[in-house]
Ligand binder design. Structure first.
Ligand code: C2E
Ligand code: CA
Ligand code: CA
Length: 834
């Protein structure tokens, strides 16, 4: 997987929202279209059902209306019939009443006959209607239709249902205030005598003779009339879209239909079955049927039809009306088309709205993405810039930490790495390398003489020159104040290293012109080779340092390579160092004393205390070695104090304080002198030992003047003020200027034995020694010559006016006891000579 880099992230931020919105919009729109489709299908289905339901409702209502109309017609017609019957009977009653009243005086038989004659011929209702009269006993008085029945009793006459029709008639009329309607069953004798039909009749009581005048009508006859009227009405009846009502009788024969050819034809079996089902119902004998109709307007073979049928009770009729499915479907299709069109319009509007809003959102999100992207870019640029600046600062700080601010060379911190790299390089290239440690000789002197700024400039100039001699793999670093380390990793052998050393030394052959002054200087060099001498940077530096130290100790301005001899010496040095630490505690140090003889008196005027160490393990060790070592490892203070105390004690033991008292010169290391509490420590010891401070001379080598001169001067002044004598040791060897002699409180000069050695050989030395003695004299300093081995030397020095001499010519360093003895004999000899 590739990592999500900033550019990719940026692109995602920029474009992802737009992509998501597009996908979202597409999904939403697809869902919208789909749901719209489903919805429209549901809607169509709903419309279909609804329309069917509406249609059904319409046809049912239609049938309900028609049925109500028929019922109304039915009842209205019976009522009209009853009114007719009543008015007929009233007519007959009036006739009878008129006749009776006109002929009251006549015999009853005549009046009866007249009434009979008047009523008998009257016919009505298409000739079917006639009057009848019977009296209270059920005797038939008049029967226009069957006159044979007149004079016979009809009291017991029953109809087919078993009702005593006359008795019931009389009872009903009596109970209803003289007139009443009633029904009964009677045959139509001319058609079918066994067949009985219900009749409706009206009767009225004719009081004068106790008669009941009545008439009646067969209901079927009236019903047929009504039915005919209804059929006529229904044949022409239309509603809605030229829809019609059909009527079927109880035999399944169509009795009313707008299409004349359909009348008197039987319905299809399919419809017949459904009609039977409706007829078989207990109540509400109506319902829907679905069948292939034989007839459909405008179609040859009829069509599928849904009809609502209802039974007309009492008539055994089935009336019905319906709608043709094919026509309905056409109507529905029209509706659906309209619906779909409006649906599509709506969908289009929604899609347009969605498209436009999506485009707007996409545009906005792209815009926003771009703004964020630009902001992001700016942030990134700023961060990158800040990081770069930070890195630059970091690099700079690192550079500063790893490079010397003065010379711009790598410093100690980088050195180990550099040497490591060099060692690796040599390893991989089968070469060898050199770590060259260089120390600028007497750099302190230059600083003191010409000032630190000149010293700094000299170091810079030297550094640039060093850089100019470097090859591609070589480096030079500043190791410390005036110390530099070269690393040459691409050498073939030690000879090549020597050539490099010579190149370096050549740098110092030229004169340096700093601040208009001409400066000359030199260098000491220690070299360690890798991998021969070591491969560890620190070890290589240490080894180069060791040989540098050695070379410096031997002769300044020389170069020395590390080798196994040096190594042995170093091993020995280590051993000495180890033993030295133990020696102080183990009381291994002794102090010997070398007499100093006054030239004028020939007497011993003092002794120089010289430390001796005879190591039980290593044998006698030179003080030159162990003193230097003690300085290095920091035990010089302890050792110095020991020697100082011992010398004071020893000298006091052989020579008490007093005017004749013997002086004692004690060597003081510069390291001791620089210790702030040094003067007080010495004073304290002299007080403990109780030796006169004026007897003690402190020997300080010229080298002490290389230290911080102000401190040295202050220390020496304070020593002087305590009363110590101060002797400048090894005078002439080191770096000493005669000017010091004036500024420092020196009481004595010791001419170095190297001058005494050459005194009789070199005229120049002779002149020099004479000059030193002269200066000493002029400065009121005691001049002591050391290393006097011969009488000739002694004589020469005596001649020049040297104050005192010290050397094997008189005595080597001796034990205090030997000094004591010598003192006695010298005193003797001194007393002898005097
Ligand atoms: P130095 O102070 O110059 O001491 C004189 C050295 O010259 C002594 O060497 C002494 O034995 C030697 N010497 C004396 N007369 C003659 C002579 O006629 N011919 C020759 N060739 N040499 C002569 P030593 O004892 O080996 O001491 C060497 C140096 O060690 C001393 O040089 C001194 O600088 C230092 N030293 C010795 N003892 C002490 C000490 O207790 N403290 C300190 N700080 N340094 C000491
Ligand atoms: Ca000395
Ligand atoms: Ca000396």
């Amino acid at each position: 997987m590739t990592p999500l880099n900033d550019r990719k992230l940026l692109n995602i931020i920029r474009y992802a929202p737009a992509v998501f919105i597009t996908i979202f919009a597409v999904v939403v729109n697809v869902i919208l279209i789909q749901s719209n489709q489903v919805e429209s299908e549901e809607k169509i289905e709903f419309i279909r059902e609804n329309l069917i339901e509406q249609q059904k409702q319409a046809v049912r209502e239609q049938i309900q209306q028609v049925s109500n109309q028929i019922e109304k017609q039915k009842s209205l017609t019976v009522k009209t019939l009853e009114d007719q019957l009543r008015s007929r009977v009233y007519e007959a009653y009036n006739i009878a009443t008129n006749i009776y009243q006109q002929h009251r005086d006549k015999p009853k038989e005549d009046v009866v006959r007249m009434i009979r004659e008047a009523l008998r011929p009257i016919r009505f209702n298409s000739g079917r209607g006639y009057f009848f009269i019977f009296d209270r006993e059920g005797m038939n008085v008049l029967h226009s239709y069957i006159p044979q029945l007149e004079g016979q009793s009809v009291w017991e006459t029953k109809d087919v249902k078993g009702s005593l029709i006359v008795q019931e008639h009389i009872e009903k009329v009596n109970n209803s205030g003289g007139e009443a309607f009633y029904r009964w069953w009677y045959s139509k004798s001319d058609e079918a005598p066994d067949k009985h039909f219900e009749k409706i009749g009206f009767g009225k009581y004719f009081e004068p003779y106790g008669w009941y005048i009545g008439t009646g009508e067969y209901i079927v006859d009236v019903q047929a009339d009504i039915q005919k009227q209804v059929i006529d009405w229904l044949s022409d009846y239309r509603y809605g879209n030229n829809d019609y009502v059909f009527v079927i009788d109880n035999q399944g024969i169509i009795i009313s239909h707008p299409e004349a050819s359909m009348v008197n034809t039987a319905v299809s079996d399919e419809l017949g079955v459904q009609i039977d089902e409706i007829r078989a119902k207990d109540s509400d004998r109506s319902g829907f049927t679905h069948y292939m109709a034989k007839y459909m307007p405008g179609a040859l073979n009829g069509g599928e039809k849904i009809s609502y049928l209802k039974m007309i009770d009492g008539w055994d009729w089935t009336i019905g009306t319906g709608f043709y499915v094919q026509r309905f479907e056409a109507y529905l299709a029209e509706n659906i088309r309209a619906l779909e069109a409006s649906n599509n319009d709506e969908l289009k509007r929604v899609l347009y709205a969605s498209l436009i809003s999506t485009l707007i959102i996409i545009a906005l999100s792209l815009k926003l993405g771009r703004v964020i992207g630009e902001r992001f870019n700016r942030f990134q640029e700023r961060i990158t810039k800040d990081f770069n600046e930070l890195n630059q600062v970091k690099d700079k700080l690192k550079y500063l930490a790893e490079h010397d601010s003065l010379t711009d060379l790598p410093n100690r911190l980088l050195l180990n790495g550099i040497i490591h790299t060099g060692v690796d390089y040599a390893h991989h290239n089968q070469s060898c390398g050199a770590v060259i440690l260089l120390d600028v000789d007497d750099f302190k002197k230059i600083n003191d003489l010409h000032g630190h700024s000149s010293g700094d400039k000299l170091l810079k100039t030297i550094s640039r020159k060093f850089e100019s001699i470097l090859g591609p793999h070589d480096t030079v670093s500043r190791f410390g104040g005036d110390e530099f380390i070269f690393c040459f990793p691409a050498l073939t052998d030690e000879v090549a290293a020597q050539e490099k050393v010579m190149l370096i030394q050549q740098v110092f052959e030229d004169k340096f012109i700093i601040d208009g002054k001409v400066l000359t200087t030199n260098c000491s060099i220690g070299v360690a080779m890798f991998p021969r001498d070591d491969t560890e940077p620190e070890a290589l530096i240490r080894k180069a340092d060791v040989v540098l130290y050695k070379s410096k100790a031997q002769r300044k301005g020389s170069a020395m390579f590390y080798n196994s001899d040096v190594n042995e010496e170093i091993q020995l040095d280590y051993m000495i160092e180890e033993e030295l630490r133990k020696a102080l505690k183990g009381d291994e140090f002794k102090v010997l004393y070398q007499p100093q003889v006054n030239v004028e008196s020939g007497k011993i005027m003092g002794v120089e205390a010289l430390a001796r160490w005879n190591s039980p393990r290593l044998g006698p060790i030179s003080p030159v070695k162990f003193i230097a070592l003690a300085e290095d490892i920091g035990v010089i203070h302890e050792l110095g104090s020991f020697v100082f105390r011992k010398a004071c004690e020893d000298i006091l033991s052989i020579s008490p304080n007093g005017p004749e008292a013997l002086g004692v010169s004690i060597n003081i290391s510069p390291k001791q002198l620089m210790e702030p509490s040094f003067p007080e420590t010495l004073v304290a010891i002299t007080q403990e030992v109780e030796i006169d401070i004026s007897r003690v001379i402190l020997e300080i080598t010229e080298n002490v003047l290389l230290e911080d001169l102000d401190t040295v001067a202050e220390r020496l002044n304070s020593m002087k003020s305590f009363g110590f004598g101060l002797s400048l040791d090894d005078f002439g060897t080191g770096y000493s200027s005669l000017s010091y002699l004036n500024t420092l409180p020196i009481t004595e000069i010791k001419i170095d034995r190297s001058f005494i050695e050459k005194l009789l050989i070199s005229e120049q030395t002779k002149t020099l020694v004479k000059a030193i003695i002269a200066i000493g004299e002029s400065c009121q300093m005691t001049v002591v010559a050391e290393g006097v081995e011969t009488m000739e030397q002694y004589n020469e020095l005596a001649e020049y006016g040297c104050n005192a001499v010290q050397g094997y010519y008189f005595a080597p360093p001796l034990t205090i006891n030997s000094i004591g003895e010598l003192l006695c004999s010298k005193l003797q000899s001194g007393s002898e000579s005097s």
